[in-house]
Design a protein around this ligand. Structure first.
Ligand SMILES: Cc1cc2nc3c(=O)[nH]c(=O)nc-3n(C[C@H](O)[C@H](O)[C@H](O)COP(=O)(O)O)c2cc1C
Ligand code: SF4
Length: 377
C-alpha cells in the first residue's frame, strides 16, 4: 500500500511514453557515458557488461550505451566500443542482451570523432586547428564513404538486437563539426549558411534510415557550443526541425564541446543542477518529437518538475545514474534523500577517462570500487 502511494509522488516521471513504436516504461533514460571499460581495441569486456547490466537493472526505461565508432579512423580512444566491422557483432549482441535482460530498452550511440579521433591523421570538415593538431579537410568522396559507414554501423546495431540506434551529434564530434560555423569553413555545398552546414548530418540520417528501415533512430544534439564563434541555439533549432522532418525518433539535447567544457565559466555553469534544461526546452519548443534533457538532474523531484513544466519529455541521467543506480527505485520507496549524489566540484570521471584510465567513482563504497577494479582488463 505504501509503495503504491509513493508511486504517485512523481506521476510525470513514472508515466510511460510511446516512442516510434517502442514503449518506454517511464521517463528515465541513461544518457551515454564513456567510462573506459571496453577492452583495448574496442571489444566488449566483462566489466563493460557488468556495468550495463547494473544500469539496466536500475529501473530506467532506456539505456543509451556510450559512443561506439563507425570507422577505424573515427574512434575516440583505444577503448571506444567498435561497431565498424561484423567481427564486433557477437560482442554487441551480448551487450544488447544484458541490457534487455535487465529490463530496459537498449540503444547504442554511434559516432565518428572527426578532429578528436584518436588517430595519427584526423579528418574534419575543414583544417581548423584544435589543441596541438590540425585535421585534414575531408574531400567529397571520403564524406560519402563515412555516410555509408554510418549506415552499415547502424544496421549492425539493429542486427545485434538493440531497440534503437542513436547518432552522436554532440560533444563537438564529426556531425557537430559540420554544423558549427567555427569548425566548418567549407566553400562547397556543405559549408556557409546553416542550411548547407546541416547537409552532411541530414544525409547521414537519410542513409541510415534507408538501410535500417523500420528501426528507430535517435539523435544526440549539440544545441549550443558555448563559444562566441561557435554554434548557438538559434541556428541549432533549424537542424532540430530538419531532423524531425527526416524522421528522427527523438532529440537528446546537450551543450558544449571539448573546446568549451574546461573554460572556467562553463565549469561553473555545469555545477548547477539541470544546467542544460534551458537548451532542451528551446529545442522542444521548435519540434514535436520527444526531447531528452540531461545535466546534473540529481533528484527525482527536479526531474518531475522539468517534465511537469514541459521543458523536456524524457530525463537523461549519465553520472547521476552511474553514481547511484538506485536513483530510479529509491523515490518509489520514499528514499529520495538516500540517493547518492555526484559532487558538483568533482570531475574525476572525466579527468580519468581523458587520461586513458578507467573511471571508478570516489563516492562508491570501497567494496564496489574493488569489484570493478578486479573486473577491469
Ligand atoms: C566521463 C563522461 C563521458 C561521457 N561520454 C559521453 C558519450 O559517450 N556520449 C555522449 O553523448 N555524451 C557523453 N557524456 C555526456 C553525458 O551524456 C551527459 O550529457 C553529461 O554528463 C551530463 O549529464 P550528467 O550530469 O547526468 O552526467 C559524457 C560525460 C562524461 C562526464
Ligand atoms: S562524484 Fe566525481 S567521479 Fe563520481 S560521478 Fe560525480 S564527477 Fe564523476
Amino acid at each position: 500500500m505504501e509503495v503504491e502511494m509513493k508511486k504517485n509522488v512523481y506521476p510525470n516521471l513514472f508515466r510511460p511514453l510511446k516512442l516510434d513504436g517502442l514503449k518506454l516504461k517511464n521517463r528515465i533514460t541513461m544518457a551515454p557515458l564513456y567510462l573506459g571499460y571496453a577492452a583495448l581495441g574496442g571489444k566488449t569486456s566483462p566489466l563493460l557488461l557488468k556495468h550495463y547490466e547494473r544500469m539496466a537493472q536500475s529501473g530506467a526505461a532506456l539505456i543509451v550505451v556510450e559512443n561506439a565508432s563507425i570507422a577505424p579512423g573515427g574512434s575516440a580512444s583505444p577503448r571506444t566500443i567498435r561497431c565498424d566491422h561484423d567481427r564486433y557483432l557477437g560482442g554487441l549482441e551480448g551487450l544488447a542482451a544484458v541490457i534487455r535482460k535487465g529490463g530496459a530498452l537498449a540503444a547504442l550511440q554511434i559516432n565518428h570523432a572527426g578532429r578528436f579521433a584518436h588517430v595519427a591523421e584526423p579528418v574534419a570538415p575543414s583544417a581548423v586547428p584544435v589543441f596541438d593538431r590540425t585535421p585534414r579537410a575531408l574531400v567529397k568522396k571520403e564524406m560519402m564513404t563515412i555516410q555509408r559507414q554510418y549506415a552499415k554501423a547502424a544496421l549492425r546495431v539493429k542486427k545485434a538486437g538493440f531497440d534503437l540506434v542513436e547518432l552522436h551529434g554532440g560533444t563537438g564530434y564529426l556531425l557537430a563539426q559540420f554544423v558549427s560555423p567555427r569548425t566548418n569553413k567549407r566553400q562547397d555545398a556543405y559549408g556557409g549558411a546553416i542550411e548547407n552546414r546541416l547537409r552532411f548530418p541530414l544525409e547521414v540520417v537519410r542513409r541510415v534510415k534507408d538501410l535500417v528501415g523500420d528501426f528507430p533512430v535517435g539523435y544526440r544534439f549539440l544545441a549550443e557550443e558555448w563559444l562566441p564563434d561557435g554554434l548557438h541555439v538559434e541556428e541549432a533549432v533549424v537542424l532540430a526541425r530538419a531532423l524531425e522532418e527526416a524522421g528522427v525518433a527523438y532529440i537528446s539535447v546537450m551543450g558544449g564541446t571539448y573546446e568549451s567544457f574546461f573554460l572556467p565559466e562553463i565549469i561553473k555553469k555545469s555545477r548547477h543542477p539541470g544546467y542544460m534544461v534551458s537548451l532542451a526546452s528551446a529545442v522542444k519548443k521548435s519540434v514535436n518529437i520527444p526531447a531528452i534533457t540531461a545535466g546534473r538532474i540529481s533528484t527525482p523531484a527536479r526531474a518531475e518538475s522539468i517534465l511537469k513544466e514541459k521543458k523536456a519529455d524524457l530525463i537523461g541521467l549519465a553520472r547521476m545514474l552511474w553514481v547511484d543506480p538506485e536513483w530510479p527505485s529509491k523515490p518509489r520507496q520514499g528514499l529520495d534523500r538516500a540517493i547518492l549524489k555526484c559532487s558538483p566540484k568533482c570531475d574525476a570521471c572525466l579527468q580519468l577517462v581523458m587520461q586513458g584510465k578507467p573511471a571508478f567513482c570516489p563516492r562508491w563504497k570501497k567494496e564496489k570500487r574493488r569489484e570493478y577494479r578486479e573486473l577491469y582488463q
